[in-house]
Design a protein around this ligand. Structure first.
Ligand SMILES: Nc1ncnc2c1ncn2[C@@H]1O[C@H](COP(=O)(O)OP(=O)(O)OP(=O)(O)O)[C@@H](O)[C@H]1O
Length: 266
């Protein structure tokens, strides 16, 4: 696809998310923790947004609010123009853990979402075949998850979330447990599917280089608010050359300093 075609296809038509003054508090045995303290964030449709942040400062809580798994204490979270009131099929999720049912073969896993939603088979079947191919699992359709490597199980999870055709994908450190090379190939698979489908992706990571490779935009969440908000304009596809690019290096240093400055003592 040419840059122009991609830009036209991904031209934002409104917002995927509008988050206003989001506060989340939890009561614990030791008192109250408030990981989100009045956070504002807008995410245009089609954007690949990476959320970075020091440990324990609210990234997962924010993502859970965006998927409807966590209710705000106050403030509002709107997805696709409507207030998020609970999980729904337009908000697809991928977590760090292998969140695929181990009792279903690969193909049954990939088709699980649309089958559960009662989508007619003639509608889901071609999508399922397409995404099995797109993630490189052709030939393993009848395998059980336990017969696959961690990277392949992640491929099945990605095919499953795309086959369910959500408008938005929310991913919480999805590749955190994988080795460097497996992650690198999964980055390319995910980017190819994002280019193809134009879906909005919100991706939480600890890893600055992962964010620089993937994102259109990086926000740093610290002390319960958006502490830094940077556009990432490096040309795609982003290759290993990004590691030695002076601009990328400047951004990497800035982000690492930002994370270090805001990290809480562990
Ligand atoms: N259900 C809960 N009950 C009580 N405290 C919680 C709950 N969920 C999160 N917290 C607390 O809220 C804070 C933020 O947690 P959160 O998981 O959102 O941080 P994070 O930035 O994603 O961290 P990490 O990068 O380490 O995964 C932490 O202090 C955590 O212990």
């Amino acid at each position: 696809m040419t840059d122009t075609a991609a830009a036209v296809r991904r031209a934002p038509e409104g917002l995927a998310f509008r988050i206003r003054d989001l506060v989340v508090s939890f009561g614990t045995g030791d008192g109250v923790v408030t990981p989100l303290q009045g956070l504002d964030l807008e995410v245009p449709r089609g954007q690949f947004l990476c959320i970075l942040g020091p440990s324990g400062q609210g990234k997962s809580t924010l993502l859970r609010c965006m998927t409807g798994l966590q209710a705000p204490t106050s403030g509002t979270v709107e997805a696709l123009g409507a207030e998020v009131e609970g999980p729904n099929a337009s908000l697809g999720m991928v977590f760090q853990q292998d969140a695929i049912p181990m009792w279903l073969r690969v193909k049954d896993n990939v088709s699980f979402g649309p089958r559960m939603r009662g989508v007619p088979q003639q509608e889901w079947a071609p999508r399922v075949e397409h995404f099995i191919d797109a993630v490189g699992l052709r030939g393993r359709e009848r395998a059980w998850p336990r017969q696959l490597s961690g990277g392949m199980r992640k491929r099945a999870a990605i095919a499953a979330v795309f086959a369910n055709d959500p408008d938005v994908l929310l991913m919480d450190e999805p590749f955190g447990s994988l080795d460097y090379f497996t992650r690198a190939t999964l980055h390319n698979t995910l980017l190819a599917l994002w280019e193809e489908t134009g879906k909005t992706i919100v991706f939480v990571t600890h890893d600055v280089d992962e964010a620089l490779k993937l994102a259109d935009r990086i926000v740093v969440v610290s002390n319960g608010v958006v502490g830094a908000d940077l556009p990432v304009a490096f040309e795609r596809p982003r290759t290993d050359g990004l590691r030695t690019d002076p601009e990328a290096d400047a951004m990497r240093r800035y982000l690492l300093e930002e994370l270090e400055a805001k990290a809480m003592p562990q």
